[in-house]
Design a protein around this ligand. Structure first.
Ligand SMILES: Nc1ncnc2c1ncn2[C@@H]1O[C@H](COP(=O)(O)OP(=O)(O)O)[C@@H](O)[C@H]1O
Ligand SMILES: [Mg+2]
Length: 359
């Protein structure tokens, strides 16, 4: 097992910048998710780590050894990196055991040692006794576990997953999330797990690196991403955060400050260096909004979506129809389309000023 350091990595495809100055320090045994919308550079980052692409700037260090950059370019087969893709790419004509043991056979590992290691790899993914089956006779989740066993048999120092659950249905995804979490707990393998699904990243990862157009937007624990997003992209990408304009009325004291949002004054969480300013943006979530009888912000309902046990309400401030708000209304309360109501903001987060702007 090994840690991974990605230091100031930049990657161009012709004049398109796919990754720009990305740095990540992943500890030995850590489970890190790389999260971001389609096209933000996730797969490119993984291919650089695996050695399938060459970087233009920066370096990649695995287990203390420079693999890419600074004149080094270690070929993929010498990096001891295992990869599990979305389409598991198992050979249909081979048994499970043959699929898992193939790389060992190519490396001329003798039969007895091979069989032992295949057995161990299958045990690691809870597939003991499945060796003689064909991929066609397995469920999607079992095939994904065979793919994982096939990568583990080579005793990789880290394992990369590229959207491994994207092809599976919702129920199977939940079950596989549990499998991956259990696998990580059991083995302590360093894992880099790519996904565009923030719920999946939150459920699995120790820390999440959010990528935005090839740049690292934030690298933090799921809780910090949720509670203290570093910028507007992270605020809106994680858990449907609403980004609202606000005036900060006082500098930070004990981690919070007075803020005016849509005419309503309230107290929000903020960085310790937050200052009074009129150009702020704040992040609030559905859970932070309460329907109140008086005071608060006057809103009009655009849509009410029944969700079982309550409704998701989409609305806008009467004074600012251009701003979208959403919140949850538990049964038996109802707010139909066109209805007016008042909303109070209970809590939220003042999004920090951009780096370099006013620091
Ligand atoms: N070999 C390539 N040549 C040119 N452009 C590429 C190549 N690989 C990826 N890209 C571009 O780089 C961007 C990031 O791609 P990718 O890393 O696959 O994103 P993600 O995995 O986050 O969806 C995309 O705009 C993609 O079109
Ligand atoms: Mg991808």
């Amino acid at each position: 097992m090994a840690g991974l350091k990605i230091n100031n990595v930049t990657k161009h495809f012709n004049d398109f910048t796919a990754l720009s100055d990305v740095s990540l320090d992943v500890a030995d045994g850590e489970f890190v998710a790389v999260l971001g919308p389609s096209g933000c550079g996730k797969t490119t980052l993984l291919r650089l780590v695996a050695g399938f692409e060459q970087l233009d700037k920066g370096e990649i260090v695995i287990g203390g050894k420079v693999m890419s950059g600074a004149g080094a370019n270690v070929p993929p087969e010498n990096r001891r990196v295992g990869i599990v893709f979305q389409n598991y790419a198992l050979w249909p004509h081979m048994t499970v055991a043959e699929n898992v043991g193939y790389s060992l056979k190519v490396a001329k590992v003798d039969r007895a040692a091979r069989e032992k290691r295949v057995e161990e790899a299958l045990a690691l993914v809870n597939l003991q006794g499945f060796g003689e089956r064909r991929p066609a006779n397995l469920s999607g989740g079992q095939r994904q576990r065979v793919a994982l066993a096939r990568c583990l048999v080579a005793a990789p120092s880290l394992v990369l997953f590229d959207e491994p659950l994207a092809n599976l249905d919702v129920h199977l995804r939940a079950a596989m999330e549990d499998e991956f979490a259990a696998f990580h707990k059991r083995t302590g393998t360093t894992i880099i797990y790519i996904t565009h699904d923030q719920a999946e990243a939150m459920a699995l990862a120790d820390r999440i690196a959010v990528l935005d157009h090839g740049r690292l937007a934030q690298f933090a624990t799921p809780r910090t991403l949720y509670e203290e997003p570093a910028n507007e992209m992270v605020a809106s990408f994680i858990a449907g955060g609403m980004v609202l304009p606000a005036d900060v009325l006082s500098g930070a004291r004990d981690g919070s400050c007075n803020v005016r949002i849509l005419g309503q004054e309230t107290v929000l969480r903020c960085r310790p260096d937050e200052v009074a300013r009129s150009d702020a943006k704040v992040c609030v979530r559905a859970d932070d909004l309460d329907v109140v009888e008086s005071g608060g912000i006057a809103i009009r309902v655009k849509r009410s979506i029944y969700r079982g046990g309550g409704s998701r309400i989409e609305a806008f401030p009467v004074e600012r129809p251009d701003i979208d708000l959403h919140f949850d209304l538990p049964d038996p309360a109802r707010l139909e389309e066109g209805a007016e109501a008042r909303l109070a903001i209970r809590t939220g987060w003042v999004i920090p000023r951009a780096e370099g702007a006013g620091h």
